[in-house]
Write a new protein. Sequence first.
Length: 138
Amino acid sequence: MKSYYKELWFEVPTRRAFINITPEVEKCLAESGIKEGLLLCNAMHITASVFINDDESGLHHDYDVWLEKLAPHAPVSQYHHNGYEDNADAHMKRQVMGREVVVAITDGKLHFGTWERIFYGEFDGRRRKRVLVKIIGE
């Protein structure tokens, strides 16, 4: 069995964003040479997320609106966590959207369902953060 890993780095200039990272993940898979196995992709920061869904701008807008209703950023005084930073809402948004995804690899390709893509969700941007891609297989 082979093993491969790479860290992808992102610095989003806005507080929140959804970025399709599928091309970067597919590049990692090609670099790995693994044809059959599993790929783990996870956010390495507690205010960011990795998830799978459709790459459709209306859906991304709906996610942003929905998450802001669930855990509004302001007023920051509503959260006990806020003191040093004003990002308690970002921690909660990450909890809802998830830390990682696992995707099967078949014939050297990500074995997706129709329309599935991998996204990096940023909930407290304006600084550099990383995503781990770990691939195991043959």
